[in-house]
Design a protein around this ligand. Structure first.
Ligand SMILES: [Fe+2]
Length: 384
């Protein structure tokens, strides 16, 4: 259970990373908010951070990591509340203070591994929040697969019961986007779920049929649900100029994991923020052979990093990026995991160390090339 915040505290002798640069000094916090960032004489009773970095708490927009805690083995279901608490602990110790829990709304029972557990997990998050047990600030990101038969009504049912902050529009139909070749789709699902070729034939045929009949109307239905509620919309795996034009037309704010340089460039130029995986960056490329996050960063087209499937990658990636691309200063690299995702999600109260912002802070020291989150505070309360 996280501790409550002291009335007042000062973090001194810190290498503070601001939105636009670095300074050595101290940070005053009270009431969960940053009050001042100073140099000079250190007030009595300050905590000595011993020259460690002090950076803003990380903001994560797209992680499906909780699902692995709910289903730790293919046929094992873990207690949902226990899964949420274990996931939350990993998120917080990774330096993430705001997280959009990405939950699948993939209501296709014939496609193995795609059944949605969103309502089960949402209940568990609500219970954890009510118990005051959560370390990070959790928000809701629904991943809506448009080429499925009941995604719009399933999403509407969730919206009626829970607050939702972000919706991404996905289409993992074989032959599209992430799965530009049907063979790639088949080998991915075969490896993941071990199903037979005959079963895969049925799944591929069903998905193609859904795509033809349902992708466009479902996408329009979801956009119509999101906009009046102020829910931020993201595209997913955009590959072509047509995909980007559709995203612009639908008023989308974020492009998740564009698979080509062309789609990333067109999105960025249109003011749609380009989000790429932090694992893609630290591993030196996409595990599915798509666009490289490092290449986009070098070209000035990368706006946001997301930990995707490894929470620890979000803190590692900005420190890794400045080593890979020395022209990018640390402050700019850290904006990819703090201010930029906060702005994209319309969270103007966090994402940088500045007076008036939430006291979401991480004390970081490097262990070789890997950064260690030595302490994490959310609204001034130590949470990890
Ligand atoms: Fe995808």
């Amino acid at each position: 259970m996280p501790e409550s915040a002291p009335a007042e505290q000062v973090f001194a002798n810190a290498r503070i990373v601001l939105a636009d640069g670095e300074m050595t000094g101290h940070v005053h916090v009270s009431g969960g908010v940053i009050r001042a960032v100073d140099t000079g004489a250190v007030p009595a009773g300050a905590q000595d951070l011993e020259g460690d970095y002090l950076i803003p708490g990380l903001v994560e927009l797209h992680t499906d990591h909780v699902e692995g805690h709910l289903a730790p083995r293919p046929k094992v279901r873990w207690n949902p509340l226990s899964a949420v608490l274990a996931y939350d602990a990993q998120i917080a110790t990774s330096g993430i203070t705001t997280v959009f829990d990405s939950l699948r709304v993939w209501p296709d029972k014939r496609a193995v591994g795609m059944d949605g557990d969103a309502p089960v997990l949402l209940e568990a998050f609500a219970a954890a929040r009510a118990a005051g047990a959560l370390r990070a600030d959790h928000r809701v990101h629904l991943r809506c697969e448009v080429a499925t038969d009941t995604v719009v009504e399933d999403t509407a049912a969730i919206l009626a019961a829970h607050e939702v902050h972000l919706i991404s529009l996905m289409d993992h139909t074989p032959g599209q986007r992430q799965f530009a070749s049907t063979e790639h789709f088949r080998s991915y699902y075969k490896k993941k779920s071990g199903i037979s070729d005959d079963e895969l034939d049925v799944i591929v045929a069903t998905r193609l049929d859904y795509h033809t009949r349902l992708s466009r109307p479902n996408r329009q239905g979801l956009v119509a649900l999101a906009h009046p509620r102020g829910i931020v919309l993201a595209s997913h795996d955009d590959a072509t100029p047509e995909h980007v034009a559709e995203a612009i037309g639908d008023g989308l704010a974020i492009a998740e994991f564009p698979t080509t340089l062309e789609a990333a460039r067109l999105s960025h130029e249109a003011g749609i923020r380009v989000l790429m995986g932090a694992p893609n960056l630290v591993r030196g490329g996409s595990h599915t052979g798509n666009a490289s996050a490092e290449d986009l960063a070098r070209r000035g087209l990368l706006d946001i990093l997301s930990s995707d499937y490894v929470p620890a990658s979000l803190l590692w990636a900005p420190f890794d990026l400045v080593r890979r691309v020395p022209a990018i200063p640390l402050a700019a690299a850290l904006r990819l995991v703090t201010k930029n995702p906060a702005d994209a999600a319309k969270l103007t109260d966090r994402g940088e160390i500045a007076p008036g912002k939430r006291a979401d802070l991480v004390r970081v020291r490097l262990a070789g090339e890997v950064p260690v989150a030595r302490a994490v505070w959310r609204e001034g309360a130590r949470v990890a």
